[in-house]
Design a protein around this ligand. Structure first.
Ligand code: AMP
Length: 199
């Protein structure tokens, strides 16, 4: 008899805290797909799809895409076969309404752990300005970078308290090298999840 274990994870933190990089490492460690709503939106913008056209201006201004649209995309993505044994969400949920929508999608089960990457605003703004020089993302101008931090503080930071109350929050200091932060996350998650590391 095979025992199936699902590992449902979320990574959260201010824009520029290094979520995407760490998400890849966590997903690999636990053998689940990393699902980034930001990546899905950017791929659609690049591909010139109808969805891409709908969200492009919103993203370039650093605003949030409407919950209804975002929720539908995630609901659809979570029904794909590779997410059956779990997933790591990166950048979703970002509002209280999205948390409730996700609760509905999980149908009674819950996330196993939420990794919060903690980082100082000045530090993350500096990182994003550097990334802007290298990658040239349309939402990486200084004005938009600062606006995204404000949107995070107003709309997304309150979720931290909510996940803390649920007893699934793992806070990790995001300052340091990629490997140092990855190590902090891995040891914290291993302790929280038990032995689920992908073989
Ligand atoms: P990210 O790569 O996660 O920083 O996302 C880039 C941009 O995509 C954000 O600034 C938002 O405009 C949009 N976005 C990504 N995820 C969400 C979400 N869960 N809800 C609303 N907008 C989102």
């Amino acid at each position: 008899m095979t025992e199936t274990t699902t590992t449902r994870l979320l990574i959260i933190g201010p824009p520029g805290a290094g979520k995407g990089t760490q998400a890849g490492k966590i997903a690999e460690r636990y053998g689940v797909p990393a699902i980034s709503t930001g990546d899905i939106f950017r791929a659609n913008i690049k591909g010139g799809t109808e969805l891409g056209k709908q969200v492009q201006a919103i993203i370039e201004q650093g605003e949030l895409v409407p919950d209804s649209l975002t929720n539908d995309i995630v609901a659809d993505r979570l029904t794909q076969a590779d997410a059956a044994s779990g997933f790591l969400l990166d950048g979703y949920p970002r509002t209280v309404d999205q948390v409730h929508a996700l609760d509905g999608m999980l149908d009674g089960s819950s996330l196993d752990a939420v990794v919060l990457i903690e980082a100082d605003v000045d530090e993350v703004v500096a990182r994003l300005l550097k990334r802007a020089q290298v990658e040239g993302r349309a939402d990486d101008t200084e004005e938009v970078i600062r606006h995204r931090q404000d949107v995070y503080a107003a709309q997304t930071a309150p979720l931290v308290e909510l996940f803390s109350e649920r007893g699934i929050l793992l806070s990790v200091d995001g300052i340091g090298s990629v490997d140092a932060v990855a190590e902090r996350i891995a040891s914290g998650l291993d302790a929280q999840l038990g032995a689920r590391v992908a073989s």
